[in-house]
Ligand binder design. Sequence first.
Ligand code: FAD
Length: 403
Amino acid sequence: MKSWDVIVLGAGAAGLMCAAEAAKRGRRVLLLDHAKRIGGKILMSGGGRCNFTNYHIEPSAYLCQNPHFVKSALARYTQWDFIGMVEKHAIPYHEKTLGQLFCDESAQDIIDMLLEECKDAGVTISSRAQIGQIERLGGNDDTSEAEGFSVATASDTYTCQSLVVATGGLSMPKLGATPFGYQLAEQFGLKVLPTRAGLVPFTLQPVDKATLEPLAGVSLPVVATSEDGTRFSENLLFTHRGLSGPAVLQISSYWQAGEQVLFELLPVGKLAQGIKDHPNQELKTWLGHQLPKRLVEALFLREEWASTHITNKPLKQYVPKEIAAIEQLLSAWAIKPGGSEGYRTAEVTLGGVDTNELSSKTMMAKKVPNLYFIGEVVDVTGWLGGYNFQWAWSAGWCAGQAV
Ligand code: FAD
């Protein structure tokens, strides 16, 4: 068949959800993807167990130039709706931490569930599809009556009334990411906001490498704060390449090149308490009970410590000015990352199709009737912890009701 009601480009999280929902409404749906295997990113997600949503989904957990944009979709298709689908398919799951829901067994369960939903609703899925030219039938100008689209692939040319773009962002090109969706948006005159890697590890500046690289493998709970004041209480992990762990991934989405990040290693007041409880203990010994010992050694080797001229001695011997300086260093340890690891390892792409171009209820382009953008290709990025998949499900569901 060459003529479809709906063609969905990209069979990732958002595309699969949209295709299934549209087909449930009786629409004839073709889902195209260039990958050999459907759902590659879902399979890799959550360490192979797919953190598919979060109990605490809320609009404030999303970065978007228009923070109100996500509200409608997240309210129309909620985490409870997706959990309902997971339970309907009898997929065992558990809460890991902070409301994050993971499959007990494998992320493949989520892929199988979505493929089954698509199959039951009658979606036709075509993988290994090389998508070429896309044209609006009836002309590309904004004023012409919309008559649908033509979609050329290497093997065929199809037509459809509604075209849904769900080709994702730029993160993990190894898994098939391309700038296709952004280019298509621009082809149709829609604004695309600059993109950058999000939920991504930091690399180190050369000046930090000597002291921090040997800490690879050290992990500790911190509060990470970006220059705009956003804070996350999670774990920091030192790696051979730089800084990672959930605290760093989260804060990376709020970090701009050249900015510093503050890490609270110990809260203010902890040292004062230590002085009361262990007046005769030396600072290094006491710190070694509060923080990983390798980190304490490294901190003493660093320039910011050397420049305070604070020596190691029994806690009771420190004068108030020294105590304040130590507390400052420990509660707001400033690191200026050299950069991020980029799209190679980033979980998401910040920026993308400007939400001002789209209806927040249906995801349809305001200027181009029957053209929809859903999922990560849109300028909506969630926190770590199942928020990004929930956005894909919610946006996909909304478009699925409208196409
Ligand atoms: P995608 O899932 O990326 O799907 C896009 C699809 O489009 C792909 O199938 C791709 O092959 C296809 N495509 C791209 N270009 C073309 C083209 N030119 N022609 C044809 N097809 C094309 N989020 C969470 O919420 N929880 C997690 O546990 C989690 N873990 C992650 C782990 C990793 C390693 C990564 C990289 C991301 C993770 N994410 C997680 C983020 C989440 O995977 C994405 O936010 C989500 O997949 C976005 O869905 P999407 O459908 O918009 O895009």
